[in-house]
Design a binder for this molecule. Structure first.
Ligand SMILES: Nc1ncnc2c1ncn2[C@@H]1O[C@H](COP(=O)(O)OP(=O)(O)OP(=O)(O)O)[C@@H](O)[C@H]1O
Ligand SMILES: [Mg+2]
Length: 464
């Protein structure tokens, strides 16, 4: 693994020989090393020469390893601390992890093992620093809630967004529901030269065709019954700025043709108007559907697709970046507390976090946000636990697919299918449209199959 030079490691052990041995080995591996022969000395050194990482023995006279840990956290909470323990002191080692130690090693350990953790801890911290810088940038310049993420997928995404934002290129943002597509769109706008002008978002699903047209392009008074006054339309409102066309895959075909013309000519004609008007709008589009399929089916114009898809951006599903979950949870705990000052919960237990990391999150970040919000609001203690999850979001723990081949008798295909369909529907939180998409069947077929499944008396799901 390539290592950036000159990371500073502080080694604390009251067995001087041990400390020196570690220092030599770390030094041989390119680290700058400071050695402390006691916990007190370690904290003193940490103040005068801030380390990038601390390796400390747990059991020391006076200031012990746990004290060093909490002292370092006060000096700089981002510095990872690796704890060394004697065999048999596992309980205190686990205590140390609970208090935020990066890792513990039981003596005797292989030096190689220590080196792996040292390297990993330093790399993790660098990533987080980089991310923090980016996050600041996004939130400062966008005046928006920050986009949280430390996974390499999200760091790549942030970098890409920054690179693409200043151009005027059309961007098609794809990703499952709730992954943060709108946040990406906002970041693209607020990191562009258009940031002082309006950002306008419209969902192409929400309105019938005629209304959507006047919503987008405006109408003149009397253009249709109900058009009591003139309306500018969202393109005109976004003039000089950015327009996000959300759920673009649902745009009706006739409007697709009109939109294409607007994008080609940079001018709009309000419904019922005889004149056109020049506009300067950067168009972003978002979709959670595999839009190429709609193109193949003839439901979406290929020429419009190419025009919107000059730069494609894919926002990864949350289950593809499980590493982001702890940071997101922390973020949503704080966010919920800000708007609910009486909430008691300020943290989550490790078991709860690990259950959250195991869940596949079909509704992605939005679903996670809702669950965390619920836990913070209903929780009675300072720390939300797995028990709270069991009580307040039991569906989350029912994530194993019902069909476990290894443990079951051979079954008729139909039974397995019904069981599986029911599970997918549950996974999507009852969103039939989404479930049908995942299953690759029509929504009407799904309804039929569900009906048949319940009539055939398929056994109800076991409750855990
Ligand atoms: N990386 C992130 N950091 C913080 N909050 C996030 C992040 N991603 C998403 N969110 C939050 O999750 C919610 C859903 O995000 P957003 O509306 O951008 O998703 P979307 O992909 O547009 O969803 P949909 O397809 O349903 O429209 C919002 O409340 C948003 O603030
Ligand atoms: Mg959205």
């Amino acid at each position: 693994m390539p290592r950036k030079p000159s990371a500073r490691v502080l080694v604390a052990d009251d067995h001087v020989e041990m400390a020196r041995l570690l220092a030599d080995q770390l030094g041989d591996n390119g680290y700058l090393v400071d050695v402390a022969a006691s916990g007190a000395e370690a904290l003193e050194l940490a103040r005068s020469r801030p380390p990038d990482l601390v390796v400390t023995d747990l059991r020391m006279d006076g200031v012990d390893g746990l004290d060093v840990l909490s002292g370092i956290q006060q000096i700089d909470a981002t510095v990872p601390v690796i704890i060394m323990t004697a065999f048999g002191a596992i309980d205190s080692a686990i205590e140390a992890i609970k208090h935020g130690a990066y890792h513990y090693l039981t003596k005797p350990f292989q030096l190689q093992e220590l080196l792996v953790y040292v390297e990993r801890a330093i790399a993790d911290r660098r990533l987080r620093d980089d991310h923090r810088a980016l996050r600041r940038l996004v939130s400062e310049r966008s005046g928006l809630q920050a986009m949280v993420g430390r996974s390499s997928a999200m760091l790549d995404l942030f970098e890409f967004v920054e690179r693409v934002a200043p151009s005027d290129a059309a961007v098609l943002i794809r990703g499952e529901s709730g992954t943060g597509k709108e946040l990406v769109a906002r970041a693209l706008h607020f990191l562009s030269p258009r940031s002082k002008r309006p950002f306008v978002a419209v969902s192409c699903t929400s309105l019938p065709e005629a209304l959507l047209e006047s919503e987008l392009f405006g109408h003149v008074q009397g253009a249709f019954s109900g058009a009591l006054s003139t309306r500018r339309g969202l393109f005109a409102e976004a003039d000089g700025g950015t327009l996000l066309l959300d759920e673009i895959g649902d745009m009706p075909p006739e409007l697709q043709a009109k939109l294409l013309r607007v994008l080609q000519d940079n001018e709009i004609r309000a419904v019922g108007a005889d004149v056109t008007r020049k506009i300067d709008v950067r168009v972003l589009a978002a979709t959670h559907q595999p839009i190429e399929e709609r193109v193949d089916q003839g439901a979406f114009r290929a020429d419009l697709f190419y025009r919107l898809n000059v730069v494609p951006i894919r926002v990864p599903a949350l289950r593809e970046r499980v590493e982001d979950i702890p940071l997101l949870v922390e973020h949503f705990v704080e966010k919920t507390r800000r708007s609910n000052p009486t909430a008691r919960v300020s943290a989550c237990s490790p078991e709860l976090l690990s259950a959250l990391a195991d869940y596949p999150w079909p509704g992605n970040v939005r679903e996670l946000e809702n669950v965390v919000k619920r836990l913070v609001i209903v929780g009675s203690g300072e720390t939300a636990t797995l028990d709270d999850l069991r009580r307040h979001a039991p569906a989350l723990l029912e994530t194993t697919p019902p069909v476990a081949w290894e443990n079951r008798q051979p079954l008729p295909l139909r039974t397995i299918e019904n069981d599986y369909i029911a599970w997918v529907v549950r996974q999507t939180g009852g969103n039939k449209k989404r479930a049908a998409q995942i299953l690759g069947i029509d929504e009407s077929t799904l309804h039929r199959r569900e009906k048949r499944g319940s009539e055939s008396g398929a056994p109800k799901r076991r409750q855990h």
